[in-house]
Design a protein around this ligand. Structure first.
Ligand code: UT7
Length: 318
């Protein structure tokens, strides 16, 4: 048997993101459901979110974000041989989003599959991309987190309508002599699988908010610490902490317990809402765009959500 030449490491080469143009404020929602700006900002931290129109599909958003990451990487479509889309809100069961998005980006015949680990999906996909590059299964991988949650939300249910939103974020992962993506720490609590669910195509997303809140604020900081430990990084060395953007109170609680005192903490939820698998690459890409972190800085990513699933890893900012 011949083992292909493998790369000692993989790293994120570039990032990109996309949000729909349509901004929905808390006051907009308060016109149709029994809620108000103060409740949403105090309990969730959201001021506004983006919602795609009927004419804009999940794949459209993924193509936009993926195209930007690809352009920023300096690679061409021909250099990509694997495309992974992390999503839990695709309208169709088949085909998957990855093959469609790859085709629209002019990436010819790549490996293409979707990952459904809900809000942890991007971290799962990034770990898979890193393993594929290091193991010789791919040279460069386009990893996209994309969600159109608006099509799975009951817009009369105030417990979910104020939280979820649409968007996409992407990363190009390629080989590197020095590893730029740390070991993933991933896991799940299937005993709580009922806590967030879209039962079938005739149902909307429902979540037991307090169950998930309690779990997120008590079970996840050890995962965050372990991801640092496995990367050989002390939390004090982190320049950024980019957790899933579920709730500002959850983000702040985990950040406090992590003790990453110098890290910029992503609070993208304020203007982007909860975009599930898109939230981490979206927040990270926007953070880089704003110049809040520099190339070579270390960032901890931490996804968590339906399943319940979680995953986290330290990465080097491209
Ligand atoms: O992304 C996947 C992972 N998901 C999460 O991490 C979500 C975790 N959970 C949460 O973020 C929070 O539990 C929520 C934001 C979902 C809810 O916040 P909460 O502080 O747990 O509120 P609650 O569900 O306990 O509701 C408190 C009160 C209730 O009224 P009563 O029974 O006390 O009279 C609700 O009916 O707030 C009411 N309420 C609202 N009031 C105004 C619920 N939603 C709203 C609303 N506007 N939109």
């Amino acid at each position: 048997m011949r083992i292909p030449d493998v790369s000692p490491g993989a790293k994120v080469l570039a990032l990109g993101h996309y949000q729909p143009a349509n901004i929905v404020t808390n006051d907009d929602l308060a016109r149709t459901i029994d809620t108000d700006d103060e409740w949403i900002q105090t309990r969730v931290g959201i001021k506004e979110r983006r919602v795609a129109g009927v004419e804009e599909s999940l794949e459209d958003m993924a193509v936009q974000a993926g195209g930007k990451a690809l352009a920023a990487s300096g690679l061409s479509a021909a250099d990509i041989d694997l495309v992974i889309v992390a999503t839990c809100t695709l309208e169709t069961q088949i085909p998957n989003a990855a093959a469609v998005v790859a085709h629209r980006l002019g990436i010819e015949s790549p490996g293409a599959f979707d990952v459904n680990a809900a809000c942890s999906g991007f971290c799962y996909a990034l770990a898979t991309a890193s393993a594929a590059v290091r193991g010789g299964a791919a040279r460069n991988v386009l990893v996209i987190g994309a969600e159109k949650l608006s099509q799975w939300i009951d817009w009369t249910d105030r417990s979910t309508a104020v939280i979820f939103a649409d968007g996409a974020g992407a990363a190009v992962v390629g080989p590197s002599d020095i590893p730029g993506i740390g070991p993933v720490v991933w896991g799940s609590s299937g005993d709580k699988s009922e806590a967030i669910a879209i039962k079938d195509r005739d149902h909307f997303l429902r979540q037991e908010g307090q169950t998930v809140f309690r779990w997120a604020t008590t079970a996840l900081h050890p995962v965050a610490k372990e991801a640092c430990e496995r990367a050989g990084v002390d939390p004090s060395e982190l320049a950024a902490f980019v957790p899933h953007q579920a709730n500002l109170r959850i983000i702040e609680a985990i950040a406090r317990k992590l003790g990453a005192d110098k890290a910029v903490v992503a609070k993208d939820i304020v203007l982007a809402g909860n975009t599930s698998a898109a939230s981490i690459p979206l927040a990270l890409s926007r953070m880089v765009e704003r110049g809040e972190v520099r190339s070579g800085d270390l960032a901890l990513l931490l996804g968590f959500g339906a399943g319940l699933t979680y995953a986290g890893q330290v990465i080097e900012i491209p």
